[in-house]
Design a protein around this ligand. Structure first.
Ligand code: FAD
Length: 424
């Protein structure tokens, strides 16, 4: 087989670009093949919606030590603090409370939920994994508390609390090296990736249909062309791998197909609202409540004149929001937050709104992947190379760091690049 490149990388998201950067800088000839007409994948910044960059997909850097900060510094960009945990507000009985001013019974429940959650890391789950909901039931929490935990803890993982594996959560807590603080990127995530990937050979608008692999190398069929290389790195989202739209010849072995099937990739949908003026408290960062549009924040926190609200709904709630006509979904979200903010006329002040449904994106098919009870090893199996020729990266493979994040995807890309370079 004539090989035109050392390594072909499938997907120009954070993982694919990170792998490409490392290999290119190490002197390899590479090609990144991307289905969309843009780079970034689940990173997608809208420059037109407001006077500042709006991240339609990934938005925060989760952690003061996250790998992303090195890229921000190298680009000469800046970050803004987004103190979501410190300034969390919870809506209950139609009232919005700061987390340190909750009425005593609710305060006690929230404290106990966070304590039980933190305790996950101390327990051995290997032989008796259970869902976060079942674990909280065994800790004595009632249905109401579990409903609140669903919003506070499971929605962040784009999962129903009934299907979220304790073993995987505990694994992540043990290996976490990113920290707890959160940030926005002043210039937006897309600008960061554009800077990071400058000079890399990327073929856009080129959906891969078939990956042939053997000990001799890799052949990728995309856009009517056959591309050949000594190695391949697959960074496809779980939703795409599960859809079967990309075929493998020979088929992936059972350990790999079982791992892919074990993940769940739930829908995730963002609702954005722009206002002519700020109609909420300067200090508003992050709101949770048990409505349908259950998690809210201010993407422009820390910026002047940035009057935008964002709601991010996941899993079942996102399924219900996605099933509505866009105008009805946007109206429902605004009515819920307007009522909690004591602003029943919030809708009248809204000058622009949009919904972004990640489940409807054919090259993503959901937001990010989680593992149900008993499937926590799926990340490790998905990450395993095949025949030292085909390598796997992407957020779902991030078993030694935080999956479901940009920095996890970046680290997974670096890992796959190291594995390729070890082949000599
Ligand atoms: C709404 C939302 C909010 C999020 N918020 C945050 C956040 O605040 N902070 C954070 O750290 N993370 C967040 N995440 C998660 C983060 O976006 C992902 O973990 C990360 O971007 C995944 O990178 P990746 O490279 O693994 O996958 P992707 O970015 O999905 O990259 C895979 C690439 O493969 C391409 N592709 C698909 N099919 C084909 C094909 N057939 N041929 C060729 N190419 C193909 C895709 O187009 C894509 O570019 C969020 C995600 C979503 C959806």
């Amino acid at each position: 087989m004539t090989q035109n490149w050392d390594t072909l990388i499938i997907g120009a998201g954070a993982a694919g670009l990170a792998a490409g950067r490392k290999l290119f800088d190490a002197g390899q000839s590479i090609l990144i093949v991307e289905a969309r007409p843009r780079i970034g994948g689940r990173i997608w910044t809208d420059e037109a919606f407001a006077d500042f960059p709006i991240d339609l997909g990934a938005e925060f850097i989760h952690g003061e030590e996250a790998a992303t900060h090195a890229l921000v510094a190298a680009a000469g960009f800046g970050t803004l603090d987004a103190p979501r945990k410190k300034k969390l507000q919870i809506g209950a009985d139609g009232i919005l409370y700061r987390v340190d001013q909750l009425p005593p019974p609710l305060a006690q429940t929230v404290r106990a939920l966070f304590a039980a959650y933190a305790d996950l890391a101390q327990q051995t789950w290997r032989h008796h994994d259970q869902s976060l909901a079942d674990y909280l039931r065994t800790c004595g929490f009632d249905a109401q508390a579990i409903g609140l935990a669903d919003v506070l803890l499971a929605q962040t993982c784009c999962a129903s609390i009934e299907t979220l594996s304790c073993a995987d959560l505990a694994r992540e807590m043990r290996v976490d090296h990113a920290g707890q603080q959160e940030f926005h990127i002043r210039q937006g995530y897309t600008a960061l990736l554009q800077h990071y990937s400058r000079g890399l050979p990327i073929r856009l608008d080129c959906p891969v249909e078939l990956v042939r692999w053997s000990t001799d190398g890799v052949e990728v069929v995309a856009g009517g062309e056959q591309l050949r290389a000594a190695h391949g790195i697959v960074t496809l989202p779980i939703g795409v791998l599960q859809s079967g739209t990309v075929r493998f010849e020979p088929p992936l072995p059972p350990a790999k197909t079982h791992a892919i099937a074990a993940f769940r990739m739930e829908p995730g949908t963002k609702l954005f609202y722009r206002f002519a003026e700020r109609l909420w408290d300067d200090d508003l960062v992050y709101v949770c409540h048990t409505g349908l549009a259950a998690r809210w924040w201010t993407p422009g926190y820390g910026r002047a004149n940035a009057h935008v609200l964002c709601c991010f709904v996941t899993a079942d709630r996102a399924r219900r929001i996605d099933a509505m006509p866009e105008a009805a979904a946007l109206a429902l979200g605004l009515a819920e937050i307007g009522s909690l903010l004591g602003q029943p006329d919030l809708a009248k002040a809204c000058v622009q709104a949009q919904r972004v449904c990640w489940a409807h994106e054919p090259f993503t098919r959901g937001a990010y992947a989680h593992t149900p009870p008993g499937a926590a090893d799926a990340r490790l199996h998905l990450a395993q190379p095949l025949a030292n020729v085909l390598f796997f990266a992407g957020e779902a493979t991030a078993h030694d760091t935080n999956p479901q994040t940009v920095h996890g995807a970046i680290e997974s890309g670096w890992r796959a690049a190291r594995q390729v370079l070890e082949q000599g």
